[in-house]
Design a protein around this ligand. Structure first.
Ligand code: UD1
Ligand code: CA
Length: 402
């Protein structure tokens, strides 16, 4: 039986360097907050408990993660990553297993990387494994210092490192896997005798080594996963990587793209094989597009838009809060909000919707070029709306309305 696993996600910091109006871990990357990306990567590992440590920004982090199967621990003052983990201990009281500690500001972590860490740690019977990466530019990350024999000696934070130590290219990703009992004891022994006056989680390996415990580092093969996001420049880099991953996944699944570098996709997008995305298409969070569709160029689908199979969305089509059923065509340009487009419906160029409420367009209905549909309005099945019509409530019932 493998040892049980629990997780602690550190999300209490302000993130001064980001200068965001919200706690840093809530800053969005591709339509999902950084801490949500971390939790998504973690979920398939099925930890017994996942404790999120929050603090800066009041209940904002807790509120943003409401409804998930998580435990929360409050860190009233941000006195360092070691102190943050200490705040999580009561939520894990009596746990007998390994604790995976992660930072909420590493949105590029993947499930594969975490699995590799856990799978490598268990059979090796280690007490602590720190996930490291080899980077050409170590940035502000902590350096992994090794002893003469090549074994891990300690982690040195950039703020405390000598110029030579700062050149070390092996860095701490912020992910540590450690036996709960040993962690508890070591955290109790941390002291804030460093440049920043903080309780560093990264002092735990050194303390365990002093007690003769088995401590090792695992190098990740995917160094993009190691990026800690502290500043807007790093956020932009993270977004680039997330987008590239999404594009590569869809290409591999059989989605064609004329100019993949210009396609922007947020988190949770699904596009079925056989569909072609034109240049400069933007798919918002959780958009779903069926198979054999043609989308774009310059089409923008807002969060949650659902498009069926065999749909054609022309150039400059903008959809928000819409569903488009199989076989429908929306010629561009168009700006549809809150519309339910029925199967096989045909929408001519220059059509727009405005007003509040739903616009329902029946199966195989046809909307002439340049029409404006003022919500709420329903166009019946197979109805033909003449070009240039302005439809308001109660209209659109018969054929030839306008
Ligand atoms: C930390 C590590 C560093 C590592 C880097 C990887 C420490 C001391 N340093 O540095 O070795 O290379 O991550 O990205 O662990 N947080 C709290 N409470 C606090 C302080 C921080 O919850 O009191 C949270 C933050 O919200 C953040 C995470 O811990 O999500 C990391 O904190 P941050 O200040 O970004 O640490 P780094 O300087 O990046
Ligand atoms: Ca960081």
């Amino acid at each position: 039986m493998p040892k049980p696993l629990a997780a602690v996600v550190l999300a209490a910091g302000q993130g001064k360097r980001m200068r965001a109006p919200v706690p840093k871990v809530l800053v969005q990357a591709c339509g999902r907050s950084m801490v949500e990306w971390v939790l998504e990567a973690l979920r398939p590992l099925e930890p017994r408990t996942t404790v999120v440590v929050y603090g800066h920004g009041g209940d904002a982090v807790k509120e943003a993660l409401r409804g998930r199967d998580l435990a929360f621990a409050h860190q009233p003052e941000q006195r360092g990553t070691g102190h943050a983990v200490q705040c999580a201990l009561p939520a894990l009281k009596g746990f007998d297993g390994d604790v995976l500690v992660l930072c909420g500001d590493t949105p590029l972590l993947t499930t594969e990387v975490l699995k590799e860490l856990v799978d490598g740690h268990r059979p090796a019977k280690r007490d602590l494994t720190v996930l490291c990466a080899e980077l050409t530019d170590p940035g502000s990350a902590g350096s992994l210092l090794r002893g003469p024999g090549g074994g891990v000696r300690e982690i040195r934070e950039a703020a405390d490192a000598s110029p030579k130590e700062r050149e070390v290219r092996e860095i701490n990703t912020g992910v540590i896997l450690v036996d709960y009992g040993l962690l508890e004891v070591a955290l109790g022994r941390l002291t804030p005798d460093n440049t920043q006056g903080e309780y560093y989680l990264t002092d735990v390996p050194k303390l365990l080594l002093r007690d003769g415990k088995a401590v090792d580092a695992r190098m990740t093969r995917d160094e993009t996963s190691a990026l800690g996001v502290n500043r807007p420049q790093e956020l932009a880099e993270a977004v680039r990587v997330l987008r590239r991953r999404a594009v590569e996944r869809l290409l591999a699944e059989g989605v064609r793209m004329e100019d993949p570098g210009t396609v922007l996709m947020d988190a949770g997008v699904e596009v079925a094989p056989g569909t072609a995305l034109g240049p400069f298409v933007h798919l918002g969070r959780d958009v779903r597009v069926g198979k054999d569709c043609r989308v774009g160029p310059f089409a923008v689908l807002g969060p949650g838009v659902v498009v069926g199979d065999g749909v054609v969305l022309g150039p400059h089509v903008e959809l928000s809060g819409c569903t488009v059923d199989a076989g429908a065509t929306v010629a561009g340009p168009a700006r549809l909000h809150g519309a339910a487009v029925g199967p096989g419906a045909r929408i001519g160029p220059g059509v727009s919707t405005d007003g509040d409420g739903r616009v329902v367009i029946g199966e195989k209905a046809s909307i002439g070029a340049g029409s404006v549909l003022h919500a709420p309005v329903t166009v019946k099945e197979r109805a033909v709306v003449k070009p240039g019509s302005v439809l308001t409530q109660g209209q659109g019932g018969g054929s030839g309305t306008g």
